[in-house]
Design a protein around this ligand. Structure first.
Ligand SMILES: NC(=O)c1ccc[n+]([C@@H]2O[C@H](COP(=O)([O-])OP(=O)(O)OC[C@H]3O[C@@H](n4cnc5c(N)ncnc54)[C@H](OP(=O)(O)O)[C@@H]3O)[C@@H](O)[C@H]2O)c1
Length: 254
């Protein structure tokens, strides 16, 4: 019988210093995993690491931009040197720049697509040899409802998340022969530092809540719970899926 836990699992969570990523790190620790997490702002990163360590967790923070090849190489090197294998890869780090498509400059959409889509693809490729040595390995990427529908968050973000969802399907098929499961989680609006500005606009907040069947915004821990389930051996027959954590919004016509 497989357990509802992540004992004997070693996980990498990109962007684990705040928001949904931090909640995933906390959930993984609570379920028994050892976690490596990343972020760019070193103050946030190492404060979060301290917070977890004070509770006795087995965590390590590594700074760097996931879209930077040298930082990706440092992550792979750390895992190879310290663990020699990887059981769970969570592609969580993401950013958005909200504006009409025609107002984007090339550098801005390259950044949004680079961090949200190309970096996860590159990390998956780079870490494949470590995942192949892992204990019932799996990949979970954090996309968005914006990857399946226009939710007025900007076309580059939507197309990057759509690419991430499709990456999950393709890699699930390609990597089934290695026994690596690959899934995607698509949150709807969730309270995090990323959405703080937008959700403090009461008109926007009321309109989002009015459209959401469960009539509220998600908490980061509700997204983390879905990620933990997909990463667990309990989800051993689930691969290539995109699980919406969305209060029911995609069940209707948005
Ligand atoms: N919140 C929502 O409503 C919502 C809805 C749907 C999908 N999502 C997705 O969920 C994921 C997490 O979002 P969130 O709301 O938790 O965002 P957040 O509060 O801004 O946190 C993002 C985390 O990722 C890190 N990060 C961002 N860019 C990075 C980079 N280039 N390299 C390394 N780390 C990076 C951030 O730390 P640093 O800034 O210090 O690097 C932080 O730890 C994202 O992929 C987002 O697109 C969020």
């Amino acid at each position: 019988m497989k357990n509802w836990d992540l004992k004997n699992k070693r996980a990498l969570v990109t962007g684990g210093s705040k928001g949904i990523g931090k909640a995933i790190v906390a959930e993984f620790i609570a379920l028994g995993a050892e976690v490596l997490f990343t972020g760019r702002n070193e103050t946030d990163l190492f404060n979060t690491e301290q917070e977890f360590k004070q509770e006795g967790a087995r965590v390590t923070a590594l700074s760097g931009d996931v879209a930077d090849a040298a930082a990706q190489a440092r992550i792979a090197e750390w895992i190879s040197q310290n663990w020699g294998s990887l059981d769970i890869l969570v592609n969580n780090a993401g950013v958005n720049i909200r504006r009409p498509s025609h107002e984007y400059i090339v550098e801005e959409y390259n950044k949004v697509i680079g961090i949200n889509m190309l970096a996860p693809f590159e990390l998956c490729r780079l870490l494949l040899p470590m995942l192949q040595k892992g204990n019932k390995p799996s990949v979970v990427s954090i996309a968005s409802v914006a990857g399946s529908y226009d939710v007025q968050t900007g076309a580059p973000y939507g197309l990057a998340k759509a690419g991430m969802i499709q990456m999950g399907r393709n890699l699930a098929s390609e990597w089934a022969k290695f026994d690596i499961r690959v899934n995607t989680v698509s949150p709807w609006f969730t309270y995090t530092p990323l959405t703080k500005g937008l959700l403090s606009n009461t008109e926007k907040l009321d309109s989002i809540i009015a459209r959401t069947p469960l009539k509220r915004i998600a908490n980061d821990s509700e997204v983390a719970a879905a990620v933990a389930f997909l990463a667990m051996d309990k989800a051993s027959y689930i691969t290539g899926q995109n699980l919406a954590v969305d209060g029911g919004i995609t069940a209707g016509l948005l």
